[in-house]
Design a protein around this ligand. Structure first.
Ligand SMILES: Cc1cc2nc3c(=O)[nH]c(=O)nc-3n(C[C@H](O)[C@H](O)[C@H](O)COP(=O)(O)O)c2cc1C
Length: 305
């Protein structure tokens, strides 16, 4: 079976969620290797990208092995987002996603992220401008509000020409607490014709089946369950579970190859990848007190397991 978002073909129905500080190139390649049909970058600030800020350029960069890949932008200015979308397209992204769900106060203060959910007309103008600026599909990732508002937002997204809509089934004020509201995803799915991506609390094959069955969504997006466990995408498709330390060794190798190793990021990843492993509390303590990337790598020889 072949699935698609716009003209982009996907080999299955499982997508890696955008996660700031987590979904760097190396991590995304690993998720693709383990079976994610589509991966997504961390959110990128369009102004920083247009100014060629190093960090923004790194976040918006993609490589051949991870394709198809989506790059996510956040912001509130249609002109800047359209310009940034065109840069992202030139850098090789297959899909551009607009963040309409970030609950972070700094992002909301700019009128971006979940602050836009209160303004379907602004959403429509922004997406229209982005769609006009590029030849690749534009998608949007929203959070839920109430059923009426969700439909207004979904209608704005669809009528502006977006190729799909991802629904994180929590409100902005819930942040990450409470249970994902599958009924809200179903409400959106029943009222749009573009593919809907259900997101929230999928941690197992059963959760994914529940999401598909309860909502009728076309794709399932996985966030936190992939942190430290890119092989979740193999598990979701009934394939073999991989030892976590093997995955971390692969991450390190890829991160070195892609030039995306940095100390803070490596600490976060190493803590995620070692969570639940025998003897890992001591290892994490050593990692957190390490001063250099080399020190961290030395801790991770896994001799202590
Ligand atoms: C560490 C972290 C960073 C995140 N960063 C982003 C982001 O940059 N853009 C975005 O749209 N969502 C972001 N999210 C939200 C996730 O994409 C996803 O919607 C959320 O985690 C719910 O899915 P889950 O229950 O599978 O984790 C982030 C979540 C986490 C945990």
């Amino acid at each position: 079976m072949v699935y698609s978002i716009g003209h982009v073909r996907l080999k299955n129905r499982f997508i890696l969620a955008p996660m700031a500080g987590i979904t760097d190139i190396a991590f995304r390649v690993l998720c693709r290797r383990y079976g994610a049909a589509l991966v997504c970058s961390e959110m990128v600030n369009p102004i920083a990208l247009i100014r060629e800020n190093r960090e923004a350029v790194r976040k918006a960069s993609v490589c051949t092995e991870e394709k198809p890949v989506a790059v996510q932008l956040f912001g509130a200015d249609a002109r800047l987002l359209a310009k940034a979308a065109s840069i992202v397209e030139k850098k090789g992204a297959d899909i551009i996603d607009l963040n309409l769900g970030c609950p972070d106060i700094k992002v909301r203060k700019q009128g971006a992220g979940s602050a836009l959910l209160k303004h379907p007309d602004r959403i429509r103008s922004i997406i229209r401008a982005m769609v006009k600026a590029v030849g690749i599909p534009v998608t949007a990732k929203i959070r839920i509000q109430d059923s009426n508002s969700d439909l207004h937002v979904a209608e704005a997204v669809q009528s502006a020409g977006a190729a799909a809509i991802a629904v994180h089934a929590r409100t902005s004020s819930q942040m990450y607490s409470g249970k994902a509201d599958l009924e809200a995803v179903r409400n959106v799915k029943e009222n749009v014709s573009v593919p809907v991506i259900g997101n929230g609390d999928v941690q197992s094959r059963q959760d994914a089946e529940d999401m598909f069955r309860a909502t009728g969504c076309d794709f399932v997006m996985v966030g936190r369950a992939a942190m430290g466990n890119p092989a979740i995408f193999a598990e979701l498709q009934g394939n073999k579970v991989i030892p976590k330390h093997q995955m971390f060794a692969q991450y390190l190798e890829l991160a070195e190859k892609c030039g995306c190793i940095d100390k803070a990021r490596l600490k976060v990843h190493s803590c995620n990848f070692t969570k639940g492993l025998k003897g890992s509390a001591r290892l994490r303590q050593r990692i957190t007190s390490s001063n250099t990337v080399e020190d961290i790598k030395e801790c991770l020889c896994f001799r202590s397991f």
